[in-house]
Structures are given as structure tokens and as C-alpha cells.
Design a binder for this molecule. Structure first.
Ligand code: TLP
Length: 347
């Protein structure tokens, strides 16, 4: 493996800063399975407040958070409506079927966003042949669509439909704070349309571990039991929750820098022959780089970049995903642009 100097594979690669490490070292701790970790309790209160929800639960990962939400909202044999490129359907190893015994109903979206009429048509009628619709999941920002933000009016219409049909609505808000910073819409406004929200701290917020699931008191009480069943009951985990609290205080506003860096990268790469970028997708901290070149496809270009110390993953045969984050500076983006230009010019 070549030495990676500019790591654009994901914002999950972020490392805790010295300030965050200090917060970790100072953290007051207790046994969280007994609900006695003061730092975890504080984090849960802070996130519940941020989301305008009654309660919240700290869990080890975004995947576990989504899966606990699915298990808590549904019954085995039900169907869960989602967008076809969402993380829950594509990157959680089939967990909804495995852990909750539900089947997914993926619908085609546009920039990761579902059309309310498609959702309406996908909701099952009461018929003994059909799996009852048990849950609708949205993702904001949408990862595979390139970090796109879900428009509020769209969320609003889907939420109204869900309420009317008595179907709960879950938000995979792994990168919700990127949407908040990009639009200026408060997290609690987004969250108000959902029965549960999952927020990740181990992505752009720069903490080493952890997500927080929020919802009603009753929902979280049930979710706490599933967290134990899924093996996510942790003990003196305040040392990790302290990193999340630090991230809330220090790493939210700065996401704007990541968004600027993504724009800078996209604006420059789109002028290179053999590369296509849909600028409408570039809304937060990701750039989907479409490679349409006589010599390279996404996989071989990604390898060529690695030879120069730049890491960015091919998400399929045509696209490379580049993600900006707190360990990537503007200078590194400029350097990456130079290297892209050099590789494409030499071939
Ligand atoms: N996404 C990772 C990979 O799994 C693809 C990444 O590098 O972007 N929801 C969304 C929208 C996510 O992007 C991710 C992680 C998760 C959930 C899962 O979080 P973790 O990795 O903590 O289980």
C-alpha cells in the first residue's frame, strides 16, 4: 500500500485532534449499562435538545443506530420504503433482513430524494398477500448521491403522507450537520418531521466512534433494549462520548470549510478533459467524479492517484468519490487538483 498523503476516501478517516484527545482524557465516566456514565448522559441530553426530541441513545456506529431504529419501529415480515441508493439498503450488509426480519422496498430517487407520489404508490394496501409497510427511511445528506441535501418541502410532504398513513419515518442523518451548515436550517427543524433521527459523530464531526439515535421517550426505552441485544451496551464509554461533545462544540461550524474545499475541487476538476462533474450534486463535502476517458476508468484512475499519495475510492466503474474533511486543507485540495491535471495530461 502506497503512503497516503491526501486521504479523500471518506470523512470517516478523520483523526481526533489534540483538543479532542484532551477532552477524552478529562472525561468523567461510569457504567453506561447502568445509565451511570455522566458524559454519555450529557451527550444524550445535548443531542435530544439539538434535535428537539424527548430522549436519545449513544450507540457505537451509524449502522447500529439505523438498525436499532428499524428493529424498534417494525415487526418481522413488514416492508421498509427507502431510496435505492441509500446507505441502509446498500452498505449495511443486509442487516434489515438479518436483524429485523423486514424486507426493503427501494425506490428510484433523484439526487437521492424520493418523490412523494412514488412513496404514496409504494405504501401497501391492507391485503393478506402484501407485506405491510412498517417504516419509511430517508437519508440527509445523501451519501451515494454525492452528499446532496434533502429539500425541506420534500421532507414535509413525505412526512405528512407518513402521518396520514400512520407509518413512522426514520432519518439516517449520519451527515445531518452538513445539511444544517449548508442550508442554515436548524437540526431540530429537519428532525421535527421524523419519529427518529440517527446522527453520526465519526464522520465529518471528527470523533473516533459513535452515533446518537433520538426520538420519543418510549421509542428510546425500546431502542435501549435492542442496543443491548445487538451487543452495543457499553460501559465506561464517557471517554468516547466526550469526543462527541467536543465535536458538537468545535467541529460543526467548520464543516463549511469542507464544503468550500469540495466546491474548489469540483470547480477545477470539471474543466479537465475525461472528467465530468454534475455541479448540482456538489452541495456539501463530497465530489462524485465521473471518469469518461480513453485510458482510465474510475478504478484505474483511483490507482494512478494512489501512486501520488492521493486516496479516493471508486464507487462503481465510472465514479470516484472524493470526500473533504477536517484533516484536508485547502492546500492539499490545490495539490490534488494539480495531480489530477498531471495524470490526465500525461495520458
Ligand atoms: N458511510 C461510509 C461507508 O459505509 C460507505 C462512508 O465512507 O461514507 N449512514 C450513512 C449515510 C453513511 O454514510 C454511513 C457510513 C453510515 C450510515 C454508517 O456509519 P458507520 O460506518 O458508523 O456504521
Amino acid at each position: 500500500m502506497k503512503h497516503i498523503r491526501i486521504d479523500l476516501r471518506s470523512d470517516t478517516v478523520t483523526r481526533p485532534s489534540p483538543g479532542m484527545r484532551e477532552a477524552i482524557a478529562r472525561a468523567d465516566v461510569g457504567d453506561d449499562v447502568y445509565d451511570e456514565d455522566p458524559t454519555v448522559n450529557l451527550l444524550q441530553e445535548r443531542v435530544a435538545e439539538l434535535m428537539g426530541k424527548e430522549d436519545a441513545l449513544y450507540v457505537p456506529s451509524g449502522t447500529m443506530s439505523n438498525q436499532i431504529a428499524i428493529k424498534t419501529h417494525t415487526q418481522p415480515g413488514q416492508e421498509v420504503i427507502c431510496e435505492e441508493n441509500c446507505h441502509i439498503f446498500n452498505y449495511e450488509a443486509g442487516a434489515p433482513a438479518f436483524l429485523a426480519g423486514v424486507q426493503m422496498r427501494p425506490l428510484r430517487g433523484k439526487y437521492g430524494v424520493l418523490n412523494v407520489d412514488d412513496v404514496k404508490n409504494a405504501i401497501r394496501e391492507d391485503n393478506l398477500h402484501f407485506p405491510p409497510t412498517g417504516l419509511i427511511c430517508l437519508e440527509n445528506t445523501h451519501n451515494r448521491a454525492g452528499g446532496t441535501v434533502y429539500p425541506l418541502d420534500n421532507i414535509f410532504t413525505i412526512a405528512n403522507l407518513a402521518v396520514q398513513k400512520g407509518i413512522p419515518l426514520h432519518l439516517d442523518g449520519a451527515r445531518l450537520m452538513n445539511a444544517v451548515v449548508a442550508t442554515g436550517i436548524p437540526a431540530r427543524e429537519y428532525a421535527s418531521y421524523f419519529d427518529s433521527v440517527s446522527l453520526c459523530f465519526s464522520k465529518g464531526l471528527g470523533a473516533p466512534i459513535g452515533s446518537v439515535l433520538s426520538g420519543s421517550k418510549e421509542f428510546i426505552a425500546k431502542a435501549r433494549r435492542y442496543r443491548k441485544i445487538f451487543g452495543g451496551g457499553m460501559r465506561q464509554v464517557g471517554i468516547l462520548a466526550a469526543a462527541c461533545l467536543y465535536a458538537l462544540d468545535n467541529n460543526v461550524k467548520r464543516l463549511a470549510e469542507d464544503h468550500e474545499n469540495a466546491k474548489l475541487l469540483a470547480e477545477n476538476l470539471k474543466n479537465i478533459s475525461g472528467i465530468f462533474i454534475d455541479m448540482k450534486q456538489v452541495q456539501t463535502n463530497m465530489v462524485m467524479i465521473h471518469v469518461r476517458h480513453k485510458k482510465y476508468n474510475s478504478v484505474s484512475l483511483s490507482k494512478a492517484l494512489l501512486a501520488y499519495g492521493i486516496a479516493a475510492n471508486a464507487v462503481d466503474d465510472e465514479r470516484i468519490r472524493a470526500v473533504t474533511h477536517l484533516n484536508i486543507s485547502r492546500e492539499q485540495i490545490l495539490e490534488a487538483i494539480d495531480i489530477f491535471q498531471k495524470i490526465m495530461k500525461d495520458s
